[in-house]
Design a protein around this ligand. Structure first.
Ligand SMILES: Cc1cc2nc3c(=O)[nH]c(=O)nc-3n(C[C@H](O)[C@H](O)[C@H](O)COP(=O)(O)OP(=O)(O)OC[C@H]3O[C@@H](n4cnc5c(N)ncnc54)[C@H](O)[C@@H]3O)c2cc1C
Length: 415
């Protein structure tokens, strides 16, 4: 008899989402998280993450969306442009007959909602803070060594779900390689207050230095994600708030009026890390442990949540969730979505970080084509919404994109 059917290593957004996804299943689940739960309270400049329509639906089906609704700022349209060029691509929720393309939600609120949902789940044991230090796959189960508060214990599980982030310890312990592409860029994330209402419009503006994104937050504020070459980051962080705001305003322009206040700044080095394999004996990699992406298209967690949805659907009723056949079926289901999203994100980073003149022309016409060519537009919109990678059960509930739908758009016209 094994201690657990599934051991989730890592209780970040993805690991915690998997625990919640398995709430109704008969599987015995243990979640091992190295860090103690953070205590944080709402702040106007807290970190947010953009969830697309598919993620909203997945969270809704797990019973956590209600707890997020009040904190979630709807994104009703997006506007993509390049500094110094006329080409733009615009998408509005109205095109898809949806109230929003997605929602910008504080990480604190998502963490709290998942944590509240996990409390009291009869099939879940939470070990935190506790760290996985060794594991040994066997024919019927994996033996795991866990360190917690100076004590060591071992436990066994039929399946290990590695949700332990881009530097996955599980990957290292099993000797699974990852393909790493360093972009030599950092993202500086902060919040800004705006002199004009944003009307729910998210902006992505490509500049010669790197993309700058403004994503709506409640209270006439926005998340500002500024991607810069490594060598510029230190100097940018050293600027006063007023200097930083003036520079951001100059790059972004006056679409949203003036930037009137800047929140705290965080910086993150940017790389793409792809695990060479999505599975190993009795082990599966999900979220950033499987693929960590550049944030330019705000896809990382959205993709990880679709990993969760596919895995939970594939194992919820399984007598043994760790068999080779179950894992092979999971990997097959996820390869396409993962490949498409990581390639698309990488293409965007490389195409828009390049100053070669003919590429500038290609970018311009690329944006024009996305704006004007209905089939291309539809494909990009479906990707944006996350519908292309939804497991069948959830996608049948996803609205068909209907150009005929009429919901007023803040971009003017119908979109
Ligand atoms: C600047 C920026 C902006 C972003 N914006 C967006 C966005 O708008 N939309 C979007 O979809 N995505 C976005 N992302 C991506 C998103 O943040 C990540 O994809 C997501 O947070 C990954 O979650 P995860 O749970 O897989 O990994 P992590 O958050 O890295 O969690 C891994 C967990 O595993 C634990 N752990 C590690 N080792 C062990 C061990 N040995 N034992 C036990 N526990 C362990 C860690 O403590 C951690 O809690 C952004 C990323 C960046 C950098």
């Amino acid at each position: 008899m094994n201690d657990y059917d599934i051991a989730i290593i890592g209780g970040g957004l993805v690991g915690a989402s998997l625990a919640v996804a398995l709430a109704e299943s008969p599987l015995r689940v243990v979640l091992v998280e190295a860090a103690a739960p953070p205590a944080s309270s709402p702040l106007w400049d807290e970190r947010c993450i953009a969830l697309n329509d598919a993620s909203q639906r997945i969270f809704d089906s797990y019973g956590v969306w209600e707890a997020l609704r009040d904190d979630a700022a709807p994104i009703v349209a997006t506007h993509i442009s390049e500094r110094g060029r006329f080409g733009t691509a615009r998408f509005a929720a109205s095109e898809a007959g949806l109230p929003a393309l997605g929602y910008n939600v504080p990480l604190r609120a998502i963490g709290a909602a998942l944590s509240a949902r996990m409390q009291g789940l009869k099939n879940l044991t939470l070990l935190e803070p506790a760290r996985l230090s060794a594991l040994k796959p066997g024919a019927d189960a994996v033996e795991l060594t866990i360190e917690s508060g100076g004590a060591t214990r071992t436990l066994s599980a039929r399946l290990v779900a590695a949700a332990d982030g881009a530097r996955s310890a599980v990957r290292d312990l099993l000797g699974i390689a990852a393909e790493r592409r360093d972009y030599a860029q950092h993202a500086i994330v902060s919040a800004v207050r705006l002199s004009r209402p944003h009307q729910g419009v998210a902006y992505e503006r490509f500049t010669p230095e790197g993309p700058i994104a403004l994503i709506p937050k409640p209270d006439q504020a926005a998340s500002l994600v500024w991607t810069l070459p490594d060598e510029q980051v230190e100097a940018r962080l050293a600027l006063s708030d007023a200097e930083y705001l003036a520079l951001a305003q100059d790059c972004f322009g006056g679409r949203l009026g003036r930037f009137t206040e800047l929140g705290r700044r965080w910086s993150h080095p940017l790389a793409r890390v792809l695990s060479r394999s999505l599975t190993a004996p009795r082990t599966v990699f999900i979220g950033n442990a499987a693929q960590s992406l550049h944030p330019v298209a705000a896809q990382g967690f959205n993709l990880g949540l679709r990993d969760v949805a596919a895995l939970a659907a594939g194992i919820a009723e399984a007598a043994d969730p760790g068999t080779e056949a179950t894992l092979a079926a999971y990997a097959e289901r996820r390869e396409q979505d993962r490949g498409r999203v990581s390639d698309f994100t990488d293409l965007m980073v490389r195409a828009f970080s390049n100053r070669v003149p003919f590429l500038a022309q290609a970018r311009h016409w690329g944006l024009v084509a996305v704006e004007l060519a209905p089939p291309l537009r539809n494909a990009v919109l479906r990707q944006h919404l996350g519908h292309l990678g939804l497991p069948r059960a959830t996608s049948s509930a996803a609205a068909e994109i209907s150009p005929a739908a009429k919901v007023p758009s803040p971009l003017g016209g119908e979109g």
